[in-house]
Write a protein that binds this ligand. Structure first.
Ligand code: FAD
Length: 384
């Protein structure tokens, strides 16, 4: 464990230990690798996560101290897999959205099953023609006498095929004026009639899986609407800071696991009569990656600290996500190079990390858009 753990509170250290013990028991590296290869969702692990009360960190609506705890937790989960962090984040962020925007009836219907481990949240924003420009969604919701009718298509919807999945689906209601004013989030169980999902074969993130979702005359009751029409953009935006902290911490954990396994390999593997770690061509790039990873960890920890002090660290969490995604992709690529032929064989976790690391840069905002946001915050006249 890095010395920056010395900056953690007793609660954070305890939670880390619990997470490490749980993963040793229910999610050892071999099992994670098999889930990833087979594309299977570990029901028992997430039932135990629910039973341990990790979702309760935000379930009563109070997020005091939540970011530091979640950062520590997600770093530990990320040591196993960033995909497992994504699944945890979807549930936790969904619970948080319903605490913030939902009615007591919606919380009873949708949050309680997630807390029991019987259901899970996913988020459906992207569409075939809509990626970063998420306000341009064309999936449409129309009000009728019984509630809502939704038509459209979503893509890359992570975890939509997991048991009991409920989508937080971004749709457009009405036309005219600013696009954002017409957005709304609907709570949509994936097994609602009129919905068809298809798994999209992908390079990585195979535990959660990504799905195309087709919605044809999907009828929903009035209470499927989360918040009000026009609040969709705000709902998505408000969840982002904590989401970035969790995802970035997960990338820090995954990068640490990758670097640790490479240190072990480099010390054990001998060529030309010496451990390969004795060659500076191996040790110096690893040392540099270690330094950069430590800086990335500090960046995400600062965001968590600011969040827990009541600030909204939008820029800081964006910078942390940019750095951590980058470091995960680069550390996995470096590890593949140092572990040579061994790294390429699928009987350990490195190939999974390599595939998941590539997309770490893109999910939750690609680098160019994140840097664009940072550039604006610096006072640069972007786009003028
Ligand atoms: C594994 C995985 C899981 C995902 N999970 C979900 C999910 O659960 N729910 C969901 O809704 N979506 C999900 N997505 C989709 C993800 O949110 C999108 O990939 C992301 O929003 C970026 O969109 P895009 O990939 O279509 O890229 P695009 O937006 O088409 O961008 C392509 C390239 O153009 C650049 N670009 C675009 N606009 C600009 C600009 N204004 N300035 C400069 N450069 C620009 C980008 O940086 C990028 O390099 C997932 C994707 C993957 C691969």
């Amino acid at each position: 464990m890095s010395t920056s753990a010395l900056l953690e509170t007793d609660d954070q250290i305890e939670l880390r230990k619990t997470a490490r013990a749980l993963f040793a028991k229910l999610a050892p590296e071999r099992d994670i690798r098999i889930w990833d290869e087979e594309g299977s969702y570990p029901v028992d692990l997430y039932s135990e996560i629910a039973a341990l009360g990790w979702y309760d960190i935000v379930a009563d609506g109070d997020v005091d101290g939540a970011a530091g705890l979640l950062a520590a937790l997600c770093e530990e989960i990320g040591r196993g897999s960033s995909d497992l962090v994504a699944l945890f984040n979807l549930n936790l962020s969904g619970i948080r959205d319903l605490q913030r925007w939902g009615t007591p009836e919606q919380r009873a219907r949708f949050v309680e099953p997630v807390l029991r481990g019987d259901a899970r949240f996913s988020i459906a924003v992207s569409e075939p023609d809509v990626g970063s420009d998420s306000a341009s969604v064309s999936t449409r919701a129309v009000a009728d006498d019984d509630g809502w009718v939704i038509n459209g298509q979503k893509t890359y919807c992570e975890a939509a095929g997991t048991p009991g999945a409920v989508m937080e689906l971004l749709a457009k209601v009405g036309d005219g004026g600013r696009k954002r004013d017409h957005l709304a989030v609907f709570l949509v169980p994936v097994d609602t009639p009129g919905i068809e999902i298809r798994r999209m074969p992908a390079l990585g993130r195979n535990i959660s899986g990504i799905y195309e979702v087709f919605l044809r005359d999907v009828k929903l009751p009035p209470e499927a609407l989360l918040g009000e029409v026009g609040q969709g953009w705000q709902i998505l935006r408000e969840r982002l800071v904590l989401e970035r902290i969790m995802i970035s911490s997960g990338f820090v954990g995954s990068s640490s696991a990758v670097i640790d396994s490479t240190i072990t390999y480099a010390n054990e593997r001998e060529q030309f009569g010496k451990p390969i770690s004795s060659y500076q061509g191996v040790s110096l790039p690893l040392a540099e990656m270690y330094v950069r990873l430590d800086a990335a960890r500090c960046a995400v920890r600062r965001s968590a600290e600011l969040f827990d002090r009541g600030a909204a660290p939008e820029v800081e969490s964006t910078m942390a996500k940019f750095l951590c995604g980058q470091i995960y992709a680069e550390s996995a690529a470096l590890a593949m190079q140092i572990q040579g032929a061994y790294g390429y064989v699928r009987d350990h976790a490195l190939p999974m990390h390599h595939s998941d690391g590539i997309i770490a840069r893109v999910v939750a905002g690609p680098p160019s858009l994140q840097l664009d946001y940072v550039a604006r915050s610096m006072g640069l006249r972007v786009g003028s």
